[in-house]
Design a binder for this molecule. Structure first.
Ligand code: ADP
Ligand code: MG
Length: 233
């Protein structure tokens, strides 16, 4: 039972990029396990490998060595099609910029990517309505991005990431474009959806102030990840 229910498990992951004559190690034998309902903060200086870790965990970048287990499935061993399907079913990705399509309403942002999951249009509409409600935007379902605040756009982004009922949420600097109050409410929302949906969440943040809202903090330095430390809270 245990391993199959672990949303995210990175085992001895090394990622090298070509760098002139040699290579640069963006990740150096990284190990990270995230349990269901657990939220881990990932901190560290710029260039230390935080985004690289998320890209590997998202199965968007294949590591040079090591294992990436998503909900117990070895993502590295899969072919492109299966890996894409695994990503769509099991992983929610939230980046700093929401990347919403300007002409679509909040509800349509959620529905448009969903047909790939093989759900009926009606079921997708119902799911979109539910997820917009979860993020507190039920009454803004018909609004387009320019009619929403920065914080509301990030909420649409979070709702969209939840559409596939992911096991893993990967979040890169979700508050970098927001003021303090909105940042606080976005991190609290991520905390709540982590609990409510039992996802394993990794959040890259430069804002150590929000770390106490998470269960553990892991620090990256030069591609090395120190073991996650439980937060005091
Ligand atoms: P962080 O998110 O902590 O700022 P990154 O993961 O973006 O760090 O980068 C880690 C290291 O890998 C840096 O030295 C960066 O320059 C390098 N790097 C990141 N992406 C690429 C890439 N696509 N090609 C080459 N080097 C990269
Ligand atoms: Mg980064």
């Amino acid at each position: 039972m245990p391993t199959a229910s672990v949303p995210l498990n990175l085992v001895d992951v090394t990622l090298e990029y070509p760098d002139g004559e040699g290579t640069i190690k963006a990740l150096d034998r990284v190990n990270l396990t995230v349990q269901a309902g657990q939220m881990v903060s990932l901190v560290g200086p710029s260039g230390s490998g935080k985004s690289s870790l998320l890209a590997v965990a998202a199965t968007l970048v294949r590591p040079t060595r090591g294992q990436v287990l998503i909900d117990g499935t070895d993502a590295i061993g899969l072919g492109d099609r299966e890996r894409t399907a695994l990503r769509r079913e099991a992983i929610g990705i939230i980046f700093q910029q929401p990347n919403l399509l300007p002409s679509l309403t909040a509800a349509e942002q959620l529905i448009i990517g969903d047909h790939l999951r093989g759900r009926s249009a009606k079921a997708a509409e119902a799911e979109a309505a539910k997820m917009l409600d979860v993020v507190g935007l039920a009454s803004s379902a018909g609004k387009r991005p320019h009619q929403l605040s920065g914080g509301q756009r990030q909420r649409v982004n979070i709702a969209r990431a939840l559409m596939g009922r992911p096991k893993v949420l990967l979040v890169d600097e979700p508050t970098a474009a927001l003021d303090h109050e909105r940042s606080d409410s976005i991190v609290r929302l991520l905390r709540r959806v982590t609990d409510e949906f039992g996802v394993g969440t990794v959040m890259v943040t430069h804002d150590t102030e929000f770390v106490p809202l998470t269960d553990a903090v892991a620090t990256m330095r030069d591609g090395r990840l120190a073991a996650a430390v439980p937060t005091a809270a």
